[in-house]
Design a protein around this ligand. Structure first.
Ligand code: GDP
Length: 342
């Protein structure tokens, strides 16, 4: 599961990537094509529950769950045709599950803007258009290549093409349920869920930009997060759960459609992220393949019951522990102890 950061050059993508992944792989320099290969990193997902568990258990280590982040640099006007190595960048977006679309609001004469001025709505539209043109091209290719494509699919694709022609992102298309499944396999770009991130000079200036910021994600009902990267970098964002960066990570996590379970012990407590429909059996494999091979059952106590009783034993005595077999779906916040044949 990956989130890709996209946007025009010199808007703070690498800065955000470095903040998220604490990695210096992406060079944060003041020229447009400094990062050519996408940079991969991982970021911890802040979760207050881990800290509450820590207070009770006092383990040696706390290991939060993580999501992957990709810094996709260098998209510019004309990228869909290959300008600025754009085609290559666009193909990296295909691999992501959630798009973090950054938009520059900050004004700084020392940081060149490709379009020569600060205009967030224009910039958003430039990037949207590049992605839409790429989707347009992908669908045309499918229609041309597969002359025998069934009527229903070809009708749907033609409808999507006219939708794109109106300048709309495919995520707004009124899909029927079975159509969504079909579309998933086409690896289109503007169908992916998006979070818009407005990089402002000063968060207190939010008010000045508010009408523009409101417009950014409004039509698509997509989340818009306002932050000031220059200021964020000075915050200890992992402790400050209300920081813009934390809000962004949490929102990305939500869009990835994952849920969390915990394993606890004196040595470590861990958060694990799994797809929403995972069973205890499937979840066991992400910890260790042996767990899956010898899976017997899982002992489960819900987070709230654990916090109330402060130990698995006490929760069990109070009837708050239940056994999960191979096919039971886990709930978000379950604390799990897997039992398996050795
Ligand atoms: P990218 O091309 O979008 O990846 O942008 P970078 O993260 O490399 O940033 C380009 C330049 O803008 C760097 O010199 C950054 O230090 C600077 N920059 C990034 N975010 C901010 C910001 O919020 N305010 C100001 N003034 N400069 C920023």
């Amino acid at each position: 599961m990956k989130c890709g950061i996209v946007g025009l050059p010199n808007i703070g993508k690498s800065t955000l990537f470095n903040l998220l992944s604490n990695s210096n792989k992406a060079l944060s320099e003041n020229f447009p094509f400094c990062t050519i290969e996408p940079n991969y990193g991982i970021t911890n997902v802040p979760d207050k529950r881990l800290y509450e568990l820590k207070k009770i258990i006092n383990p040696m280590k706390v290991i939060p769950y993580k999501i992957k982040i990709v810094d996709i640099a260098g998209l510019i006007k004309g990228s869909h045709k290959g300008d600025g190595l754009g085609n290559k960048f666009l193909s990296h977006i295909r691999e992501t599950n959630v798009i973090i679309h950054m938009i520059r609001f900050f004004d700084d004469a020392s940081v060149l803007h490709m379009e020569g001025s600060i205009n967030p709505i224009r910039d958003k539209e430039i990037l949207d258009l590049e992605l839409q043109l790429k989707d347009f091209e992908t669908i045309e290719k499918i229609l041309k290549r597969n002359k025998n494509i069934n009527n229903k699919s070809s009708m749907l694709l033609k409808k999507i093409i006219s939708f794109l022609e109106k300048g709309k992102n495919i995520r707004m298309f009124p899909f029927k349920k079975n159509e969504k499944e079909y579309i998933k396999d086409l690896h289109l770009l503007t169908v992916k869920p998006v979070i818009y991130v407005c990089n402002v000079k000063n968060e207190n200036e939010k008010e000045n930009h508010s009408s523009m910021i409101k417009k950014i994600g409004e039509k698509e009902k997509s989340k818009t997060i306002v932050l000031s990267l220059k200021k964020e970098s000075k915050k200890n964002y992992f402790i400050n759960t209300e920081s813009g960066i934390n809000k962004l990570i949490k929102e990305a996590y939500k869009l990835l459609n994952l849920k969390t379970f915990f394993t606890i012990g004196k040595e470590e407590i861990c958060g694990w992220a799994i797809p929403n429909n995972y069973t205890a059996y499937q979840a066991s494999s992400i910890i260790h393949t042996d767990f899956k091979k010898g899976f017997l059952f899982a002992e489960v106590v819900h987070y709230k019951d654990f916090i109330q009783h402060e130990s698995l034993e006490k929760a069990k005595k109070e009837g708050k522990m239940f056994l999960s077999g191979k096919n039971s779906i886990l709930q978000d916040g379950d604390i799990i102890h897997f039992r398996f044949k050795k």
